[in-house]
Design a protein around this ligand. Sequence first.
Ligand code: SD4
Length: 328
Amino acid sequence: MIARRQFIFQSLTAGAGLGLLGLSSCSRAKVPSPTVKGEPTVISTWRHGLDANGAAWRILSDGGYSLDAVEAGVRVSEADPEVMSVGYGGHPDRDGRVSLDACIMDEKGRAGSVCFLEHIKHPISVARLVMEKTPHVMLAGAGALEFALAQGFEKENLLTEKAREQWEEWLNNAEYKPVINIENHDTISMIAIDAEGRISGACTTSGAAYKMHGRVGDSPIIGAGLYCDDEVGGAAATGQGELVMRTLGSFLIVELMRNGMSPQEACEEAVMRIVKKTPDYKDFQIGYIAINKSGAVGAYCLHPGFDYALTRRGNTELIDAPSLLQGS
Ligand code: SD4
């Protein structure tokens, strides 16, 4: 096990490296104080997390299970056609096809995932059934669709008129260029602790807009888009999946917390890992959220503009995550 002081040293080294990278030092925003033990808490990415947290909170405040809460929570964004980065109404790939990625984890360390899934509005619920009803963790593409249909899910057209029009406009140039903070929302990742202290997480997305057909991002990859360990806490990601996948960001954050970092320190360190390994990191957005067993939360991102929703004691706040880079 790496000693706590070594992590502090590494953090300091990372901070010192900022100057070399031509960056200002991180502005550390006020971190919300920890939850009182036994108090349910839910956090989720972006403004659309406000409604999603509402659905999760209805379960948590009634003494319900965190796994049910995160599934119900992210289903709200999946069903909302105005959230054009998740589920129904999501941006299609460059061929005009909507393909979805999602994963879920429970407090026992069990995991389920689907990727490159077309025609199913609620991939998170399919991911849960992969976890609960199969010996596998992940199903992809046609196999995932076949499984979903066998489980009674309905085949639907997920491409809304609005998404089709935007895609047709994009075809005029057909240039793949990720947009930072797309419409101020992106993947929804959610982590919840229930009254019994059980931690579960969920992550669901339509992925990068106008991606290559068949592209899979970080969101359904256990340890990249999401990771929970009931002994430690949970972490989740949003933003350019390729950068998260290369560094297995959510797993990294949980392991950093296991070794003594606060959720805030761990999120910052995970962003710095990307910065060190990605010369063109300024062209992308990455956002991380994390919570530990004591209910302390943290969040960090590359560019300003990433926010997350925090609900506890029946109150929901939308909090701006501190960013490494400052606004232009
Ligand atoms: C992904 N993290 O698939 C997700 C969401 C996204 O640009 O598309 N971000 O990479």
